[in-house]
Structures are given as C-alpha cells and as structure tokens.
Design a protein around this ligand. Structure first.
Ligand code: PMP
Length: 434
C-alpha cells in the first residue's frame, strides 16, 4: 500500500468521503502532497507533477512564490486576525480599485461562494426585488440561488427555451428555486424572452464570461451586450462572476468586452494563495453595505474577512500580476492551446480544445460545445474523460477533473511542451475508445 492509500484510509474514518472538499478525490484514492514549488507539486511518494490545477485557478504565481512567502512571513509575526482595522486592507482595496474603473468600491470576504452570495444580496437590497437570473449549468459556488441548474440528469433540464431551476443539493427549498430564473448561454432571443417574463421581479443577472462547466467557451459579445442593455432598461443589476476569470486582463475578463457590470464577484487568485472573496462595483450600489449613516440595507459581516494575512498575500500577488505578467501568461495560454491543437491533429483523434487567456479545456469530441447541454457528458463519456485525466496524471500533469488547465506565471515554455507531450501520450491511450 502506498503512503497516500494509507492516509486515505485514515481520512475516510473521520471525514465523509475522506475529505473536506470533494475536489481532491480521485480513483483509487487521492494523492497527498508533500510540497509545492513554483509550478510543480511533489506528492508523499516523491512523484513530481506539473500543476495545471493550481488549487482550481487560485495560485496565479504557482506554489510558495518567494515574494509572497516573505511578505506573509513578516505579517505572521505581527498577528493573523484582529477585531480592529489594518492598513494592509486599505492598501489592497486601493490597489484593486485602481485596476478597473468599474471597481469604485470594494469589500473583501473569504471565498468565491461568499462573494457571489454577497453580490446577489447586494442586488436584492439595492433593487428591492427577490429574483436572480443565471446561465444554465454555470458554477458560481454553493449559495442556494447561485447553485441551481447544474444537474447531471438531463431529464430534469426542461425545454431549451425555458430551462428549469433544478436543485443540486437535495432538500433545497422550492421557494429558493422559484426565485432563480435560468437562461441559456449565448442565446440572445431565448434569454431575453425568459428575462422579459420576470422583468419586474429580477434583482440581477449573474454571468461568468468564460464559464468552465458550460464548456469553457467565451460569452458572445452580443450576449453580454444584450444582458447589459436589458438590465439597464429594466432596473436590474448586471453581475459578473470573475472569481476565475479575473486573471484574463488587469481588470478582469470584462475588459475584453468593454462592458461594465454593476458588481463584480472576485475570489481565488486575488488571495495570493489564501482564502478570499471580493465584491467590487459601482459606489452607489456598494452603499447598501454602508452602515455609517443608517442601518445598512445589506449588513455584511465576516470574522476572517480582510484578515491581514490574506490581504498581504493578495496584494503582493496582484502587484506582481501587472500588465506585463498578464500579457506573458495569456501568450503562454495561446501557445498551450495551439500545441494541444497540434497534438490532437497528430494523434488523429476526435478531440478539441477551448478556453481563452491562461485557461484551456480539452474536450473528447471533434467540436466544441456551445452550451451546458452540449457540454454534458453521459456516464460512459464521463468515464472516458476520467480515464483520460487519469492518463494525464500518470503522465505527470495535475489537471482539474474536466481536463481543464489554469496556467501560472511560474510556468515556462518548457512546461507547456512537457504538458503537450503528456496530452499526446494520453490521447494515444484512449484513442481506441473514442
Ligand atoms: N465562481 C466560480 C466561477 C468558481 O469557479 C468558483 C469556484 N470554483 C466559485 C465561484 C466559488 O469559489 P469558492 O470555491 O472560493 O467558494
């Protein structure tokens, strides 16, 4: 038995499924890390892998990045969390507001889930309306309202022109589901028809501009533009979930579109490796969290929110992720997608690659999906994808289970070449089953 296998036995005895987050699970058992350095992770068996998961897109500079470690080390000596303010919070808020003109005000929380939840609650408090709209199949964390419509059971989806608000977690109150309006991705006429039917009740439309579970295909310009116009004309807010996509440009993927949302939900990489979430947006909207002059319409608390360790790490990580770093990483992402495209051609398999900037996803189908329904994999295709990701793992790559990769600035062209070779070998192994 390997050391990881032994650890998993211990873990199962004390945690449901042997873990606190399902993401670490893999068959026959998870691996346990000994250490991470740059873009490499070394497991307790001593095996080195290139990390394209990067704690699901949260480590923009890879592991144990020296300037972040040094800054955090200093802060640790001074204390980790206080019930009084810290200057690092203000400095970091100033930095973040300087990255995007749409970030007039910002608040920090502890996770992307919390950031999306706070964004939706802010929209309700601002508009005094109950409902939210979201794209079918898009992942936005665990808040009841943000979680719906990602069911693995196609028989529950409903008609394409009227996708249903189906629960993910059993026992989700029907009342919560009734307050979620689900729209199809990149389908302007259908989306607008659905929104129109709820126009007086919608507080906001929530959208991820490059939704991973929908297939990692970019939101179409006309779709984003139509949602911006519709929300403006109907007194609702537009919320971008940039928990993952903020890496795309200095001020997030929204800068690819020239569209300003009312609120942006942030998380992951802006914590520099520590837990974080952020809500940034128009000052007038953000005022709903202001308790200085009256009871706040949306009181926002959080014991560890803006703790100085996260603020220090996040600020350092973001200072280092400047325009030049963003451009270099996006160019490396272009290179990664083009090399994957080449090995798919050479291996002569029906596969393709999607993504943009520093994110890619490999699909074991000749054409990219256009929405959640097309990205859905029936059980046997899902098993094939898992086998493929297993071969990538054996070939020295850590990837997210959908064969998605997030680059880090710690990577070089050589790492991308090593990745492409491993993708080629893994494609070759599954070719007979495709
Ligand atoms: N939004 C998106 C787009 C995400 O990908 C995630 C996490 N994968 C979240 C929100 C939730 O973030 P967290 O896991 O930090 O709660």
């Amino acid at each position: 038995m390997t050391r990881s296998a032994i650890l998993f036995e211990r873990a199962k005895a004390v945690m449901p499924g042997g873990c606190s987050r399902n993401t670490i699970l893999r068959k026959p058992h998870p691996i346990y890390v000994e250490r991470g350095q740059g873009c490499y992770v070394y497991d307790v068996e001593g095996v080195r892998r290139i990390d394209f998961a990067n704690n699901v897109a949260s480590l923009i500079h890879g592991h144990a990045h020296a300037p972040i470690i040094a800054a955090v080390g200093k802060q640790l000596q001074k204390g980790t969390a206080f019930t009084v303010g810290t200057e690092v919070e203000i400095e970091y808020a100033e930095h973040m507001c300087g990255r995007n003109a749409a970030f007039e005000k910002i608040r920090f929380v502890n996770s992307g889930t919390e950031a999306v939840m706070a964004s939706l609650k802010a929209a309700r408090a601002f508009t005094h309306r109950p409902k939210i709209a979201k794209v079918e199949g898009a992942y936005h964390g665990l808040y009841d309202y943000a979680e719906t419509s990602q069911t693995a059971r196609p028989e529950n989806w409903g008609q394409p022109e009227r996708p249903l608000s189906v629960p993910v977690s059993q026992g989700t109150p029907q009342r919560a589901l009734d307050d979620v309006v689900v729209i199809p991705f990149n389908d302007v006429p259908r989306a607008l028809a659905i929104l129109d039917a709820h126009r007086d009740e919608l507080a906001c439309v929530l959208i991820d501009l490059l939704p991973h579970r929908v297939g990692l295909i970019p939101a179409a310009r006309d779709f984003v533009g139509a949602l911006r116009r519709w929300t403006e004309q109907n007194g609702a807010l537009l919320i971008f979930d940039e928990v993952v996509t903020f890496r795309s440009a200095v001020g997030g993927a929204q800068q690819w579109y020239d569209v300003q949302p009312d609120i942006t939900a942030l998380g992951k990489m802006i914590g520099g490796g520590f837990p974080i979430g952020g809500i940034a947006g128009r000052a007038e909207v953000m005022e709903v969290m202001n308790p200085l002059h009256r009871p706040a319409p949306f009181p926002l608390y959080g014991t560890f929110s803006a703790n100085p360790v996260t603020m220090t790490a996040g600020h350092m990580a973001m200072k280092l992720y400047d325009r030049e770093a963003v451009e270099r990483l996006n160019a490396l992402g272009d290179r990664a997608r083009s090399m994957i495209g080449e090995v798919i051609k050479t291996a002569d398999v029906p596969a393709c690659v999607t993504g943009r900037g520093s994110i890619f996803r490999i699909h074991l189908s000749p054409d990219a999906p256009e929405n959640y329904r097309q990205a859905y994999l029936p059980p046997e295709r899902a098993a094939l994808l898992s086998a493929f990701v297993g071969h990538l793992f054996e070939g020295g790559l850590l990837m997210v289970e959908t064969a998605t990769g997030f680059l880090s600035t710690a990577m070089s062209e050589r790492d991308i070449e090593e990745m492409a070779d491993a993708v080629f070998a893994a494609l070759h192994k599954i070719k007979p089953y495709l």
